[in-house]
Design a binder for this molecule. Structure first.
Ligand SMILES: [Zn+2]
Length: 166
């Protein structure tokens, strides 16, 4: 039986944690990666970061429909161009925020075998990687909303939480 991890929701403080780098990529990290990949698919997400399952480690999984990608200790080393698309987040149900980001990025990380990989990402993949790396730094899409929208979102998110306590 696969254990479906509960997704941490705003305003859980773990979502604001600055994640520390994962040590050697071994069975423990691989088990965290599968604990993350399963709920990402189960909840129909295209990316998930470790704080969203309650762990302050620099671990991310992504699947934009081309198969899962594991990124351990990801570091964005180059950015170019611009993009601004409406993003959702499994930790902020029913919220969409248009986020201005780089259009393309180069990211370095370790994969699930501990090998160093470099990905040149554009389009949706680039956006998802930037979204997930934000999570590792405690940054959420709500932080990109303007003041008025932010206040509105905070209130509706807290109401949402009262309606469905966890
Ligand atoms: Zn998210």
């Amino acid at each position: 039986m696969v254990n479906i991890q509960k997704i941490k929701k705003y305003p859980d403080t773990i979502l604001r944690a600055k994640c520390s780098p994962a040590e050697i990529v071994g069975d423990k990290i691989r088990s965290i990666l599968s604990d993350m990949t399963f709920p990402m698919h189960a909840y129909n997400g295209i990316g998930l970061a470790a704080p969203q399952i309650g762990m302050d480690k620099q671990i991310v999984v992504i699947d934009i429909g081309e198969g899962p990608i594991s990124l351990v200790n990801p570091e964005i080393v180059d950015k170019d161009g611009r993009s601004a698309i409406e993003e959702g987040c499994l930790s902020l149900p029913e919220v969409l925020v248009k986020v201005k980001r780089a259009g393309g990025i180069k990211v370095k990380a370790l994969d699930e075998t501990g090998r160093e990989i470099t990905i040149d990402a554009k389009g949706l993949l680039s956006t998802v990687i930037q979204h997930e790396v934000d999570h590792l730094n405690g940054i959420l899409i709500i932080d990109y909303a303007n003041f008025i929208k932010k206040e509105f979102l905070k209130r509706s998110l807290l109401k949402h939480r009262e309606r469905r306590p966890m």
